[in-house]
Write a protein that binds this ligand. Structure first.
Ligand SMILES: *Cc1c(COP(=O)(O)O)cnc(C)c1O
Length: 390
């Protein structure tokens, strides 16, 4: 079984819920991606940039101190060591090289917290694309450092003042731009979301995480792990780790969503609290009120602040291939402190949710072997941490 199917469905989820004007853009993208997948030059170029520019393969690190403390064997897949400090560069490099392969001259993207925008601005600079990043005016105010990074890298910021002035509005503007300028423009989506073929394409480019992990863990342990644990925003670092183990039924997947402040309202936990609906062109679980209005997501980790989740996760949930849990802001801060103090690794707040969950897992699964995706480093989050007193 190869998922998604030809129409972009993972079981009941995914597809293309789009205005007619976008169907040409998506069709061209899909056909080019299939062609690139068979092209030796494309693959060679991607492999070379992942190695020489991004710093792959990343280590699989056995966390001895944390393992001893918790009574389980914990390994971290060190995506935090990549250039730009997170897994997002895997996808941005893949899609930028695809855009070149398609003969495009300009990259556009939308960004909320700015991390995806920075990663797109990076590859635009590297390959000489013109680059426009759509960002809500609210977010521009809140994310000054990332705005500055994008500007330094030569990207142009396009402020979006409509609607709630955040990610969803930026997304609409980027789509509009794409339809108008598709001849020379490539729309670079940042996670396993959006209409087909994006969830497929992003998952494939991130699957290098799981493929490397599989080889590395077998060398170390002579067997596969019992659990894979990763945080879930749109779902790309988690699917990157999980997907290559899909057919290894003994390996259990745990996706950790953000519960925000908690208080009974799981603020960014689309899989646990969302209902089936359509967001950004795909059918999946979506946070919405009883009238179907999309709710705003909230988490201390900006990268998990998204009211939807990739359709492949919706499928894993429905078929019980993966289990989903939620950790709140306070737990994430504790996870952040734990790894910093015990292993000398400062994690981003997004994977800190997954780190905190290890405490719970350790109680029921003593002695088991766990691989956690350390999706990014925490330098960007120090200011937020400072606000939390002990
Ligand atoms: C963006 C981001 C995430 C969340 O995105 P996914 O697509 O769910 O992986 C997680 N961790 C870090 C460090 C991020 O920058």
């Amino acid at each position: 079984m190869r998922l998604p199917d030809k129409s972009g469905y993972f079981g009941h989820f995914g597809g293309k819920f789009i205005p007619e004007t976008l169907s040409f853009c998506l069709k061209e993208l899909e056909e080019s991606y299939l062609k690139a997948g068979k092209d030796k030059g494309f693959k060679r170029e991607l492999r070379s940039y992942l190695k020489e520019y991004a710093g792959r393969p990343t280590p699989l690190y056995f966390a001895k101190n944390l393992s001893k403390l918790l009574g389980i064997k914990v390994y971290f897949k060190r995506e935090d060591l990549l250039h730009t400090g997170a897994h997002k560069i895997n996808n941005s490099l893949g899609q930028a090289i695809l855009a070149r392969f398609m003969g495009k001259k300009r990259l556009i993207a939308e960004t909320g917290a700015g991390q995806h925008g920075v990663s797109v601005a990076t590859v635009a600079s590297l390959f000489g694309f013109r680059c426009d990043i759509y960002m809500g005016q609210e977010d521009i105010e809140r994310q000054k450092m990332n705005v500055l990074r994008m500007k330094v890298l030569g990207a142009r910021i396009r402020p979006v003042g409509s609607g709630s002035k955040t990610l969803k509005d930026a997304c609409n503007e980027a789509m509009r731009d794409w339809v108008t300028n598709v001849k020379d423009t490539y729309y670079l989506l940042g996670s396993t979301v959006g209409p087909h073929p994006y969830p497929l394409l992003v998952r494939d480019f991130q699957s290098i995480i799981g493929r490397e992990t599989k080889k590395q863990i077998v060398v170390r342990e002579k067997r596969l792990p019992d659990y894979l644990v990763a945080c879930v925003g749109g779902g790309s670092n988690s699917l990157g780790l999980f997907h290559p183990f899909f057919h290894d039924k003994k390996v259990k997947f745990i996706g950790v969503e953000a519960a925000g402040l908690g208080l009974g309202n799981l603020h960014a936990a689309s899989l646990l609290k969302g209902k089936v609906g359509v967001l950004h062109g795909a059918k999946s679980f979506v946070l919405q009120d009883r009238f179907g209005q999309i709710k705003n997501a909230h988490s201390v980790a900006a990268g998990l602040d998204y009211p939807g989740v990739g359709p492949e996760h919706a499928f894993y949930k429905q078929t019980k291939r993966a289990r989903y849990v939620a950790v709140n802001d306070k737990g994430a801060i504790e996870g952040f402190r734990l790894l910093s103090e015990v292993e000398g690794i400062i994690p981003a707040l997004e994977p800190s949710h997954a780190i905190y969950y290890l405490r719970t897992l350790a109680k029921t699964s003593r002695g088991s072997c766990v691989v956690v995706c350390l999706s990014g480093r925490g330098d960007k989050d120090l200011e937020i941490i400072q606000k939390y007193h002990r």
